[in-house]
Design a protein around this ligand. Structure first.
Ligand code: ATP
Length: 292
């Protein structure tokens, strides 16, 4: 085998609460992740030239050792005492720095793909442990489907995934640094009633409307105070007919809606498409990475 093609699926957070600050500067989270069908294509090839080459047309994505996909390949290579040349081609569809874990998904795809292409024999669990060193969302991107994430989001418990639930994603074109959002977090603002346990029950019952009604993300507080236009976008989305609920994903700026059906998602998309820089319909996915 000379090449492997891997779909790197984005994620949304149906629930995200920050439950404490850690001594290492990170925060402990309680979050519920769900993979979505929106994905980047990651093509990994063996190449004669030694080293790792990254190719990506998107100008906001670095092609050097800052790229999470590069770092994933490097990490695997170091763990086995060196791998010959690897070329990684990334075709981006997931908006960058948008709260959808695009970089982490690419890293997960490379861990999965390089492991298979070079028959390295790492277990899924070991890849997830290695991935945690690259970024808090990488283990979930390998895990896929739906999961409760504790710790920095890397301690995962599988939850039942929603099957093909229609979603609408809107991004106003604001790139947000996750680190800055956490720095601005003020714990005294965390007075709202928490709905994590309700969402878990809704997932177990396959109750899509219940999931939509109980979406929650504490990070909306610091992000909306800095960018009121994102709050306004969410408010406009929430009041559309056939929307079960809307939320900002991760540290933003993408806002998503759980929709009643695919037709509703398409109708809502045509209403928003000229108002935002990124607008797409998608559905929930049972997997985070898949070879195609
Ligand atoms: P998260 O939700 O995990 O915080 P995000 O979706 O907000 O992630 P990413 O799309 O992963 O953000 O991008 C964050 C930063 O990482 C960008 O500024 C980008 O330059 C950098 N980056 C490094 N590698 C990649 C990659 N393969 N794809 C996208 N961005 C990357």
């Amino acid at each position: 085998m000379q090449e492997i093609r891997v779909r790197a699926h984005a994620k949304i957070n149906l629930y995200l609460d920050v439950v404490g600050k850690r001594e290492d500067g990170y925060h402990n989270l309680e979050t519920i992740f769900h993979s979505i069908e929106l994905h980047d294509d990651v093509i990994i090839r063996k190449q004669r030239t030694k080293g790792i080459t990254v190719y990506c047309e998107h100008l906001g994505v670095p092609r050097d050792s800052r790229n999470l996909a590069y770092r994933a390949a490097n990490l695997l290579s170091d763990s086995v005492g060196g791998i010959d040349g690897i070329r990684i081609e990334i075709h981006k569809r997931i908006p960058v720095a948008a709260g959808l874990a695009g970089g982490s998904a690419n890293a997960a795809a490379v861990l999965h793909g390089v492991n298979q292409l070079f028959a390295l024999g790492f277990t899924q669990e070991r890849l997830m442990q290695l991935g945690a060193a690259l970024g808090a969302d990488v283990p979930f991107c390998l895990h896929g489907g739906a999961a409760l994430g504790l710790g920095i989001g890397d301690q995962l418990t599988r939850l039942p995934a929603l099957s093909d639930v229609p979603l609408l994603l809107l991004n106003p074109g604001i790139e947000i640094s996750t680190a800055t959002v956490f720095q601005k977090l003020n714990f005294s603002l965390t007075t709202e009633e928490k709905t994590g346990i309700i969402i878990r029950t809704c997932l177990e019952k396959g109750d899509v409307i219940g999931v939509g009604q109980n979406l929650y993300n504490l990070l909306e507080v610091p992000v909306f105070s800095e960018y009121p236009e994102i709050a306004a976008l969410k408010a406009e989305l929430s009041t559309q007919t056939e929307v079960c609920g809307a939320l900002m994903s991760g540290s933003g700026a993408t806002v998503f809606a759980v929709m009643q059906n695919g037709g509703a998602a398409r109708r809502c998309a045509s209403y928003f498409k000229d108002k935002v820089s990124f607008c797409t319909t998608t559905v929930t996915s049972p997997v985070g990475v898949s070879v195609y």
